[in-house]
Ligand binder design. Structure first.
Ligand code: ARG
Length: 476
């Protein structure tokens, strides 16, 4: 019986009949793994060359094979070749495409190769490629934050701990505090990429191949650093998926924290930021409403990003080596993470770069809640009062002000003396937000000098990422 008759199945010789409808419907993955097609074809090209090198395809057959793969690739890209309901997965669909083009010659390509090493290879390539797209979108958001930060290096704001006014900070410093996690996320992606650049192809189903393949050559052609050291590990390992999902989950967490702050900042109670109309939404019933839906979706989508990581870790836990079909569940969370971030990051970048910061409201809020109290304590320390006592003295001063409903600088000279013999009117020099900011000159603090340095360093780092993010994983 010719192998190519009826629906293409990559197995069947030992089966009496076709699969039950319910099995076929459960088993099918082509509706989501079809996006691996370009990578599967690139891997097929490399494999065809290796088969030719091993004398398993002659020069003419290799020529036909490569031409058919090129043709199939264009047909896929143009949407002319599509998977059908009969195709179990991307590998099955593409083998059908090859058989349609080459007849029985198409059946030679599968020698020495299994879907187990293929799918692991395809997914590594796909994720390495798309990690760069995610990085580019992260850079775009970081750029937007940097640009806003640059406008507000010396805009004072009430820095908070426990969501209570703590100490004045520069709003630029605050915005840059959201850039730092993104820079770490970018670092994480590059570290992850280096670990992921290992090629499983040549591992076959689990044991390698008895055919004289050349995993090193395949690895090189597909942009990997090296072939896998252990064929059993190579087809079992999904660390690269879990680790990728940890990074995207953590990006989600970072975006959710930024999102939550924007929700607060745009509230009536804060009133620090006004969103551009193009990046806000209205209400279907309340005509006055302007909502920060992008920020809320940033908060909300962290849930699915974290969920993807949990799903994959749970799926992998306790799996025996080597390949198990459970592992087919690795792809949707990874694809969803990429899709989610590709929707979210540009929207957040647009929202941040177009928002208007209400400098007047921020500046007015900065000293509220006795946020300059630490300046008094530090002033006392500079006069050699032990900090423990300085803290007590300043606490008494704050209590006095709270009772009198006045600000720290409004306390009379007499009252200062009553609070402590160490206090005198010159303490008022430190009782301004400006002086509090200006006094912070050490690396990483919120004074204008260090914040400008931080902005420069962050911007230099981002420049380094731009190139990486557009680099192509598979050399053409
Ligand atoms: N669709 C499968 C997956 O994503 C491909 C590998 C199937 N291998 C197998 N032996 N059934 O994991």
């Amino acid at each position: 019986m010719p192998e190519t008759e009826g629906p293409t199945r990559l197995w069947g010789g030992r089966f009496a009949g076709g699969p039950a409808e319910a099995l076929a419907r459960l088993s099918v993955s082509v509706h989501f793994d079809w996006r691996l097609a370009p990578y599967d074809i690139a891997a097929s090209r490399a494999h065809a060359r290796v088969l030719a090198g091993a004398g398993l395809l002659d020069a003419d057959e290799l020529g036909q094979m490569l031409a058919a793969l090129d043709d199939l690739e264009s047909a896929c890209a143009a949407g002319e070749f599509r998977p059908t309901v009969e195709d179990e997965d991307v590998h099955t669909a593409l083998e059908r495409g090859l058989l349609e083009r080459l007849g029985t010659l198409g059946g030679k390509l599968r020698a020495g190769r299994s879907r187990n090493d293929q799918v692991a290879t395809d997914l590594r390539m796909y994720l390495r490629d798309h990690a760069r797209g995610v990085a580019a979108a992260v850079v775009e958001l970081a750029d937007a934050l940097l640009e806003q930060a640059g406008r507000h290096l010396d805009t004072p704001a009430p820095g908070m701990t426990h969501l209570q006014h703590a100490q004045p900070v520069s709003f630029g410093h605050w915005l840059l505090a959201h850039v730092q996690p993104l820079l770490r996320d970018l670092d994480r992606l590059r570290d992850w990429d280096a670990r992921t650049a290992i090629s499983p192809l040549g591992s076959g189903a689990l044991a390698g191949s008895s055919l004289p393949l050349d995993p090193g050559a395949v690895a090189k052609e597909l942009g990997f650093k090296a072939p896998a050291q252990n064929s059993m590990d190579a087809v079992s390992d999904r660390d690269f998926v879990a680790e990728f999902l940890f990074i995207t989950g953590l990006i989600g967490v970072h975006l959710s924290r930024l999102g939550e702050e924007v929700v607060l900042w745009t509230s009536q109670e804060f009133g620090w930021v006004i969103l551009d109309d193009a990046f806000a939404t209205g209400s279907s019933i309340m005509p006055q409403k302007k909502n920060a839906d992008i920020a809320e979706l940033a908060r909300g989508k962290a849930g699915r990003l974290i969920g993807g990581l949990v799903a994959v870790l749970t799926m992998l836990k306790g799996l025996p080596l080597t390949y198990d079909r459970d592992m087919q569940e690795d792809k949707e969370p990874a694809f969803d993470a990429i899709d989610t971030l590709q929707l979210l990051l540009p929207a957040l970048a647009g929202m941040i770069s177009t928002m208007t910061v209400r400098v007047d409201r921020l500046a007015a809020a900065a000293p509220v809640g006795f946020s300059l109290a630490t300046e008094v304590a530090d002033w006392l320390v500079r006069r050699h009062v032990p900090f423990r006592d300085a803290h007590e003295i300043t606490g008494r001063l704050v209590a006095l002000c709270a009772a009198r409903e006045c600000e720290l600088e409004d306390v009379s000279d007499e009252d200062l003396k009553t609070v402590s013999e160490h206090l005198d009117p010159s303490v008022r020099e430190v009782l301004s937000v400006r002086s509090a900011l200006a006094a912070r000159t050490t690396a990483g603090s919120t004074g204008p000098g260090p914040v400008a340095d931080q902005l420069q360093t962050a911007s230099d780092k981002l420049d380094g990422w731009r190139e990486w993010s557009i680099e192509s994983v598979v050399p053409r």
